[in-house]
Design a protein around this ligand. Structure first.
Ligand code: KG4
Length: 329
């Protein structure tokens, strides 16, 4: 019988310290997440230096708790996978250094995981039969892209944002209309009470790239011009505009690649309006997959899952592994 492979995942790229044990890339035995949201809320956004210090304070406890909840000892783990980019350099360094130290002390193989690959892998946990190839619409706090996922470890970016990531736009809009941090879920909730009755121009880019800075600035300007503007309508209109752009580009990518399997990924894929808009595409014969809500935002289970596919490819890191804040796919 084939031996089960157990990967310990470690994630610390932004404001969540997380550790997880995942079996065979798909079965989550534990997924401990220590969120720093309450601390950063005081400042209206993530403060990088505070994020690094918080990771340092809790990482040991988070990893121990993940092993305890999984009822697995470190000796039983097959490899240690950690996010090494993209993300905040100081925050990444905590997870990478911890993982390297643990790998050195235990003699376990070390795997460096690209955070974007991790977000894609969240779908392998939610959908046990999902396999590449497919089109991934990546929508997170730091990235927005349409990716042709040709195999577990082979991706091609078809289009990406030329300026802001979609999550950044959500967070900025939330801040401007007075909703605070983290903005995305708050815009999502308020938009439900509004009507998308404000027309915003859409960027017309000739390829599959995105641009969200124009809509973001338009929302800010409108809010400054009329501070009494209905905020729920403003949020609903912003959300509809960016969703339309995501869907239009996805349809263009489907036409270009002839691939009708679409997978959502990243924190913004938790957005209820965006999820519905993509589910509507199923009427047109497109199959749509999205992660469980709790796996959309940063967590170590997705890092362990992605690490499993690197493990199968014998793609291990050595102790020169370093944080790469602007790591590309
Ligand atoms: O993927 P993620 O955890 O971070 C990166 O890896 O970059 O995404 C965080 C982003 C934030 O911008 C947050 O506001 C957004 O995801 N987000 C949402 C929702 N939930 C989280 N945006 C819109 N609607 C949501 N329900």
């Amino acid at each position: 019988m084939k031996k089960d492979i157990l990967i310990l995942g470690i994630e610390s790229s932004c404001d969540e310290t997380s550790a997880s044990v995942v079996k065979n890339g798909r079965e989550v035995l534990s997924n401990v997440i220590n969120s720093q949201i309450d601390i950063h809320t005081l400042y209206g956004g993530v403060v990088p230096e505070i994020a690094s210090r918080c990771h340092t304070e809790v990482i040991n406890q988070v990893v121990k708790e993940a092993l305890k909840q999984a009822q697995i000892t470190i000796e039983e783990i097959d490899a240690i996978a950690c996010t090494y980019g993209p993300g905040l350099v100081g925050a990444l360094l905590v997870g990478v250094s911890y993982a390297k130290g643990l790998a050195f002390a235990t003699g376990k193989p070390l795997i460096g995981v690209n955070h974007i690959q991790g977000h894609i892998a969240a779908n392998y946990i939610t959908h046990k039969d999902l396999e590449p190839n497919f089109l991934c619409v990546m929508m997170s706090g730091g990235n927005t892209a349409i990716i042709n996922v040709k195999d577990y470890n082979k991706c091609e970016i078809l289009g990406k944002t030329r300026d802001d990531a979609i999550g950044e736009a959500f967070d900025k809009v939330a801040r401007v209309v007075g909703l605070g941090y983290p903005g995305g879920p708050k815009v999502d909730a308020l938009a439900k009470q509004g009507v998308p009755n404000i027309e915003f121009p859409k960027p017309h880019l000739e390829n599959l790239d995105f641009s969200f800075s124009g809509i973001k600035t338009a929302v800010i300007n409108l809010n400054h011009k009329d501070p009494n503007i209905n905020k729920a309508d403003l949020c609903a209109s912003f959300q509809k505009n960016v969703t339309d752009v995501l869907v239009e580009n996805t349809l263009k990518a489907i036409k270009q690649t002839n691939c009708k399997k679409v997978v959502l990924a990243g924190g913004v894929s938790a957005n209820s309006y965006i999820r519905n808009a993509f589910l509507n595409l199923e009427k047109e014969g497109i199959t749509v997959f999205m992660p469980d809500i709790k796996l959309c935002t940063d967590n170590a289970a997705m890092i362990a899952s992605s690490g499993y596919y690197s493990y199968l490819d014998n793609n291990f890191a050595d102790f020169t592994l370093n944080a790469v804040p602007n790591l590309k796919l």
